[in-house]
Design a protein. Structure first.
Length: 89
């Protein structure tokens, strides 16, 4: 729900949002620009390009599941807490 609200704000107001998170799956799937920090800026860019950066690989390893880092899912409906589709809209 939080990320849907963020997307609506970006779409309606035409602004950028700075989000700080350790949730790699969400960061890589819900953003268009990532900045990896580890005491300094290690790497930055689009999620699809950042996973190839040596500093990213050094932080998260060579064997990170690429589906975790690059998974993106867009649809025209919302889900209820039980996982079913909310068709009240």
């Amino acid at each position: 729900a939080l990320y849907k609200i963020i997307q609506e704000i970006v779409s309606n107001i035409k602004c950028g949002i700075l989000l700080i998170s350790h949730n790699l799956h969400v960061v890589m799937s819900q953003t268009d620009h990532v900045i990896c920090l580890n005491g300094h800026v290690c790497c930055s860019g689009a999620p699809k390009s950042i996973v190839k950066e040596p500093e990213y690989i050094k932080l998260f390893g060579k064997n990170i599941d690429p589906t975790l880092a690059l998974y993106q899912h867009h649809h025209d409906h919302d889900h209820l807490p039980d996982g079913s589709i909310d068709d009240s809209h």
